[in-house]
Design a protein around this ligand. Sequence first.
Ligand code: B1M
Length: 211
Amino acid sequence: MSKIAEISAAVENGKVKLIEDLIKEALAEGDDPNAILNDGMIAAMGVVGAKFQANEVFVPEMLVAAKTMKLGVEVLRPNLSAGAVGALGKCIIGTVAGDLHDIGKNLVALMIESAGFEVIDLGVDVPAEKFVETFKENPDTKIVACSALLTTTMDSMRNTVKALIDAGVKNTAKIMVGGAPITQEFCDEIGGDAYTVDAGAAAVKAVSLVS
Ligand code: B1M
């Protein structure tokens, strides 16, 4: 089994104690950090999701897989970051109200930070008012980024974008949206400035929006 396959299996099976060593070994053997992230860890979370849908695993297994993935991302973090932090301005990011998923949001935050932004991470389950309040406290913000992972929190994203637009955010900043159930059509419908499918694309888009 390749090291990346071992990493994938460790995330899928929630082997928190193994993940740090496995990633360090993979890096030492010359595996590409992006391949470790995408083909190893993110792919494993997809398998966990499919198994959850098929009632083969349940919330506790999803949680332990998520914990393993988060630790893995922390170990990989120095190998993924590159840019001069903060040079492109501020980006406020959060997972919208009612939604507790933060792995994808954390990856977007990491990539956007690596691209050169100062990231203000509001965490998960963030009320629309909190996004607006933080923007008012940081009027020099260039990007506000909202993540949602549940079809049931898409409405929450709609409310958040509306609150941001009503507060005049679009006069000086751009609103980015993303997450598994979000589409370009939905972004257009709710008035977002940009939708991207993954963290890498989000960082590229964020840079182009301020350039
Ligand atoms: Co939940 N969960 N979960 N879960 N969970 C999903 C999302 C689900 C698809 C699983 C499934 O049924 N197959 C399903 C949603 C179904 C739907 O709405 N259509 C689901 C469900 C139902 C639930 C609960 C309701 C389960 C329950 O309690 N019965 C519950 C809801 C809790 C809540 O939020 N209120 C729940 C809970 C949880 C845990 C807490 C146990 C845990 C989250 C832990 C954590 O995040 N700290 C969890 C997990 C781990 C998952 C899966 C298995 C993995 C999510 C993940 O981290 N993926 C997930 C299944 C799946 O995704 N296949 C699932 C890896 C991550 C890198 O991908 O987050 O998609 P993702 O991020 C991507 C892109 O979406 C994008 O970039 C990232 C990649 O680069 N992206 C953006 C994300 N945000 C972006 C923002 C952008 C741009 C791109 O611009 C701003």
